[in-house]
Design a protein around this ligand. Structure first.
Ligand code: FMN
Ligand code: EPS
Length: 388
């Protein structure tokens, strides 16, 4: 399975094309859209999210609620484009419009792609960079991830996410899959602890008031993964490495951990490695899950536990110093409309990037022209490894 996305933040549309999905997979469009709505939410988002309604259309590949096996096209409309038709349109501007409408950006924001992108692609208007580097694109990725979640759902594999930390506020609690689904879903910051949710809101309010921004840590959990996805045989077949790469590809994500993660540095091997158990009903399991569901780049069958850190948003209403690319003089960076904290939204994106990697690894391993063929093949394999 492979996919591409296209679209600028304030352009007319976002699209995704997904190729290599099995035929005859039932897809629930409403359930997929509910994932997109989740990504739009979260305390700390800016006004843009009140403008957009991220419902989507299938342009191809799905008929009467089932996949056809042909490329699937998903299309989202940017409702904000209505206010940007001239600035972001594909038609050339008249000389008068160039003067009045173009609103050229020349003061790159530290921490965003503006300056390096402008240098590399040789643009004098940094809007030509920020439009694609904007996390608006993650809406298209969540649409692809939601399709992958439809596949995982049909294979009884569950995946969810929550926020563990925003700024200094940490939710130390350990929660089951169903507790996360139940509690994080009703929290304004997607944190399972209700009291900590209020603390996070206060922290985000304070940051916003100061013209500042705030980052955090998110967690993704996959329940019931098929054991043996990925491979130890080559660096580019290790599934934990692929997940790490995909998570870091999310705008503003700077670090990934599996299971105990960086705490492994200060924990002896006897307390890190998960002892192996066997019972007839489940086959091989582990006594603990400190390694977060991976050994040798392959899923063990234990839950996959991924933690990832998001840096604070780069656009600041009280901007840092920058340099005007025309005059080379020091200037305060450009202020664009912005979120103060997007960690809750980003947890949803992270969940969907993990879903994409997991679905891809399943489709890499098993025959999958037709969904029933895929399902049967997985069942046979699971029986074999259970009895191994
Ligand atoms: C869901 C989400 C929303 C974001 N919203 C903003 C925003 O409103 N303003 C901003 O400057 N950056 C925002 N970012 C972060 C930037 O997109 C990101 O920092 C930028 O693309 C540079 O990429 P890098 O941080 O990975 O280097 C957001 C990121 C995510 C995941
Ligand atoms: C549009 C989305 O997020 C945007 C991501 C973003 C950035 O710089 O990454 C900047 C902001 O864009 P705008 O200036 O249009 O408000 C966010 O709103 C979205 O998540 O759908």
């Amino acid at each position: 399975m492979r996919f591409l996305t296209s679209g600028e933040s304030h352009g007319p549309k976002l699209t995704a094309i997904i190729e290599g999905f099995p035929s005859n997979l039932p897809v629930d469009k409403e359930r997929m859209e509910s994932e997109l709505f989740k990504r739009q939410g979260g305390y700390g988002r800016g006004r843009r999210m009140q403008i957009e309604k991220d419902s989507f259309e299938f342009g191809s590949g799905v008929r009467h609620g089932k996949t056809l096996g042909s490329p699937i096209m998903i299309e989202l409309t940017n409702d904000d484009f209505k206010s940007w038709t001239k600035i972001m349109g594909s038609d050339p501007l008249s000389p008068e419009e160039e003067d009045t409408l173009k609103r050229v950006i020349t003061k790159p924001r530290p921490g965003h792609a503006d300056l390096v992108g402008g240098m590399k692609y040789n643009h004098r208007d940094l809007r030509n960079i920020l439009e694609r580097s904007s996390a608006r694109e993650t809406a298209a990725r969540v649409a692809v991830g939601a399709l992958c979640k439809e596949l995982l759902h049909a294979l009884d594999i569950d995946i969810t996410s929550r926020v563990k930390q925003i700024g200094e506020v940490v939710d130390e609690g350990e929660y089951s899959y169903s507790e996360i689904v139940e509690k994080a879903a009703v929290s304004s910051v997607r944190m399972a602890d209700e009291a900590k949710t209020k603390e996070c809101e206060a922290l985000i309010d304070a940051a916003k008031k100061k013209g500042d921004s705030i980052g955090g840590i998110v967690e993704v959990i996959v329940n019931n993964p098929v054991p043996g996805l990925g491979s130890h045989v080559h660096y580019d077949r290790k599934l934990d490495a692929k997940i790490a790469g995909s998570v870091i590809s999310i705008n503003a994500f700077k670090g990934v951990e599996f299971g105990l993660g960086f705490k492994m540095a200060s924990t002896p091997g006897s307390k890190v490695h998960d002892e192996i158990l066997y019972n007839e009903a489940e086959g091989y399991t582990r006594k603990s899950n400190n390694l977060g569901g991976f050994e040798g780049g392959m899923t063990t069958g234990m839950p996959i536990v991924v933690n990832a850190v998001m840096k604070p948003i780069p656009t600041l209403y009280k901007p840092l110093m920058s340099v005007d690319i025309n005059t080379k003089e020091p200037f305060k960076a450009t202020i664009e409309r912005s979120d103060a904290c997007a960690v809750p939204a980003a947890s949803v994106v992270c969940e969907h990037m993990v879903a994409i990697e997991l679905a891809t690894s399943i489709l890499d391993k098993f025959p999958h022209d037709d969904f029933e063929e895929l399902k049967q093949s997985i069942e046979q394999y699971k029986t074999r490894v259970r009895e191994y």
